[in-house]
Each structure stands twice: as C-alpha cells, then as structure tokens.
Design a protein around this ligand. Sequence first.
Ligand code: GLA
Length: 635
Amino acid sequence: MKRAVKTGLLLAASLLANGLHAAPAKTDPLAPTGHWSVTAKGQAPLPPMGWNSWNAFNSDIDEEKLMAAAKALVDTGLAAKGYRYVDIDDGWWLKRRQTDGRLLIRTAAFPSAQTGDGNTSFRPLTDRLHAMGLKAGIYSDIGRNSCGQAYTADFKGQPEGNVAEREVGLYDHIDQDIGLMMGEWGFDLIKIDGCGIRAMSPENKLVSSGQYRALGPLVDYENLSRTDIPAVRDLYRRVGLALARTRPANDYVLSICLWGAADVRSWAKELGNMSRTSEDISPNWERMLHNLDSASRRELYAHPNSWNDPDMLYVGTGEFDTAHIQEARSHMALWAMLNAPLIIGYDMRKATPELLSILGNSALIALNQDAGGNQAVLAYDGDTAQIFVKTLADGGKAVALLNRTGGPIDVKLTAAHLKLREDSRIDLTDLWTGAQSRFTKETNLHLAGHQTLVFRVSGARVHPGGLYLSEMPGSVNPAVDGIVEPMADPMVYRGLLPWRNTRGDGEHPIYGGWGGARADATPYGMSLRVGGVNFSSGIGALANSRLEVRNAGYRNFAARVGVDDSALSPDARVRFEVFADGRSVARSGWMKRGDQPVALNAPVEGARIIELVARGDRGDLQNVTVTWGSAALDR
Ligand code: GLA
C-alpha cells in the first residue's frame, strides 16, 4: 500500500518536472477527491460518554457490578448528562465452543446470560440496559487471544478449556463474532484490542509452553518498522465491513484499542469512531500526562465520528480521588478539552457527591460535547505549563491552563493565545466556580500544583470575518500528511509505568505520528515562519500533503503559503494548490525555502470540500515543512 502511494507520487512529480501538465495519474494521492475521507461508518458525531468496567474492576467484572454502575448512571443524573454507554471490558468470556465456533459467556459472572438451550446470550442484559435508556458495549481482541491472556493471566475471568477453546479473539472469526456480539446480542459499541497480534510470538513462553498458538506478531509495540502496518489495518478494515453488514442502520461505535501502535493515528480516522493514542492510563499524575501528550498534539487527527482516545477516565481513583481534587479536576477538564471520549472507570456504587460534581460538571461536558467537534489546540506548549484553546460551534472559545508541575506557578494568558484583540475587553467565566473576570491584553493567573483553570471566553476576534483553519481542526483532515516513513513522536512525557517501574532501559518514543500536520505549529512543533514572516495562525504540514477542509457555508479561502523556514532541505521545491469540490481555484508557482510567502485567495462559495495540496518536486521529500499561513475561511 505504502509502496503504491510512493510510486504514484514519484510518477506525478516526474510528470510535472517534465513540464507535462497532464491529468494526475489515478494513483496520485495528491489528486483532489472532492470527498471528506473521515469515516462515516458508525455513530459518534460527538465523543462517546459512558462507563467501562476495566479501570474499576480489571477483568473481575460481573452482572451485579455492571448493573450497579448502570443504575448509578441513571440515578445520579449522569446518564441524562450524556454518560450512556455501559461497557463490559475483558473478563466476560468463558470459551469458544469447538463444534461451531460460538463464543460462550461466563455465566457464573453473568447469570442472565444462561439461556437454557446450551447457548449463552447477552441479549437479556443488553435489553435491560436499553430499557434503562442506556447503550451497551463489549470488548474483544483482533488476534486469537485477549490482553488478559497475554498480560494479566493472574486476573479473574480468563477463558477456560483447551488451546482452541481459549482462542476467544476475533481472528478467523470476524464475521461470526461481530454478528453474534453486535447482531444477536445487541451491543452498540465494541472495543477491539490488539494483544493477540502483539504478544503471541513463537518465543513468548506462553506460546512455547503450549498454552497459546503463535500468531505473528504483527505489532511490535516498541518499533514501527517491525510492525506490519498494512496487515494490522486490514484486520480492522475487515471488522469495519462486518459491522456495516451486521448493523446496516449504522448505529454502532467501533473503538480501536491499539495504544498508538501500528501508526494507527494515520489510519484510524478512516475506520474507527475512537482510537487509543497510548498505553493504558494509570491512576497517577505522570501517566495522565503521558496519555494527555499522546493526543494533545494530534488536534488535526480528531473529527466528528472519529476521536482521539487517550484512554478512560481515572477520576475517583489513586491520585485522582477526592483527596486530590486539583488532579481529579485537571484530568476531567483536559479530557473534556481534547474531545476525548468520557468513559468513567470508577465503581459507581461508591461515588460521592464531590466526585459526581466533577464527572457531572455540565459546563465541561458541554465543551466536550460541543457540536463544532474541535479538539483544543495548544496555544502555549511547555513542560511546565500548557495552554489549550478550543473553538466552539457558536464561535466562542474555551481555554484551559495546565500546571504540569507539583508546585505553584504564575502564568500569563494573553489575547494572542485566544486569537482575540488585545485592545478590547476579554471576559472569562471559570467553569469550576462560575466566577467572572475580565482583562485586556494579558492577565496573570495563579495555578496551584497540578491545577488546571478552565474558562469560557468571549472577546473581539482578531479575524472577525470568519475562522482560521487552526480554529476549526475538527473540519481539517490531513488525508495525506506527507510522511514517507512513520516515525515515533518524541514529545510524550514518560512518567514511571507502575507495572514496569525502572526495569529495562527506559521508555522510548513509540507512538507513530511525528511529522503529522499541526494547527499553529510546524509538524515538528516549531512556530510557523515563511521567508522570515511569522504566522501565529496557520496549518503546518509536510510537502506532498493533501488536506481536506469541510466548508460550512464560507465564501472565500485565503492563505499566505510557502516552504517553512524550518524545512531541512534548502532546494526542495513545492507548489501549493487549492481545490474546491475537486476544481483548481488557486495555485502558486514552485517555491523553495526562504521565498517570501505567496497569497492564495479563492472563491469557495457553495463548495463542500476544499483541498489544500502542497506538492513537492520529488515524491520522496522528507522533513520539508510547508506552511498555510493565516489560512482562513471567510463569510
Ligand atoms: C488492554 C487495554 C485496556 C484493557 C485491557 C484488558 O490493556 O488497553 O484498556 O482493555 O487490555 O485486558
């Protein structure tokens, strides 16, 4: 697949270099499609919200605990606020019956699944959840075996029987299992892990001792170049096809759980409704930061119907319990700002009013569920403090200021962070306290250790005629991001993993995505600058990229474009072109580093999809950063 893409690029580039402005070759990935390629399959126009058993109980889940959580969601009013999915994670399965391959449920834990005819069924359980106005989620693995079997075999709820009976994962059974779980049993969400294609190498003791059959591995979690990315992607693609067949009404959620491996960031948006960006979260501050970082610079890779998932909430537990109120609130506020799925992982039977007030903060939920679907963008990025700004559907803004350190700090919030005018009044409403305040130009805010202040903001926009593209990341999709070989993102905080501590030589950059397109930054996190001209707003991408932009009624596109001053190659040449529903509407000449930015203006009235193509003079250009400076859509 990757090779075909590359060949197409080289072909197109050589046609252009030879002066032949022929129609682009069919395989040219930079050719405009007039199409928004984020998946329309499944239903997650807003980030899914609910509860999952794993963080509360690991695999020791049963019907009583699950139904208690469901009842609590309804009784506390959290369900009415949007927390509707009740998801069973690992631990529900007993075995795969060998006569017909049907999965059997552990009825000792889920008595209502006993059907009397020798089968088992979750239908009575999902019926009860549905009758309560809730939705039901279940868990599987894309390989033959589960994560529990691979990594937590001492936890309860492990499959039983012989080797074949214990093969409870989807591998070789995709159609059958999806039909069973999402059809016959009536689940609405399926979370699909990848341990079975990661952990079962022939060398693994679990395999060499005869407990499990070898498979692959297709995923090397630590190493992208030793991962068979197309094979992994194809397995999930087949799940997508089975889901579409099983649920023609399109009323389901596919939750991909590949922990940022297999370069999933680059393809999940075409397949999944939410996709894990990292290792499992742990109930401690440093690992919350790790998970946050795995998603926070991926603002252009989250869109309505396909969200970044930095993992479930740990609000209520460990360093996020009510004795750690700053941390609990920060975790909640940051997940809300990132448009992360809000999936509670707490034993709801024990929830206190204080905890409920955090999880149930309506103002934060409204940010997360805002129809604009824009993940917050980092307006200030640092190891001590970060400032996240999220543009809302009504054009308003929210800002979160995070103190990553344990000690108090002062931070300056400026009008520029908010893209608001510094000569007029800016109003803030604190979303935890409701307190109102105002400032012009900049304000000093005091943050306690680990505190996140979060505000709704209003003021006069710097760009009143429309929106910068970097304010609408949910409508900008790097369909082709120009990355030649996927590389791991080195910007993720690496706090101690509780189960590993300092064993080994440390945690390495592992999540593919370095070099992906960014809002208000280059793909490598620098300020945008072309020919010495700085751009505080814009989209940073790589040469040989194609960005899709959904146009909601805007009439004009404008940007000042060029090869970014941070590009490594001084003589690579790039040509910028804008398409409206597939028609070319503006194009630059060939540009190289140091050239002054060129203005591209184009009427786009009536066009549904605008595409921004930065075509290099060679298909294999690497690290050639390009900037769509001040790119904006105007009314
Ligand atoms: C993996 C997932 C977790 C959880 C466990 C279950 O680790 O990332 O979220 O589902 O498997 O074993």
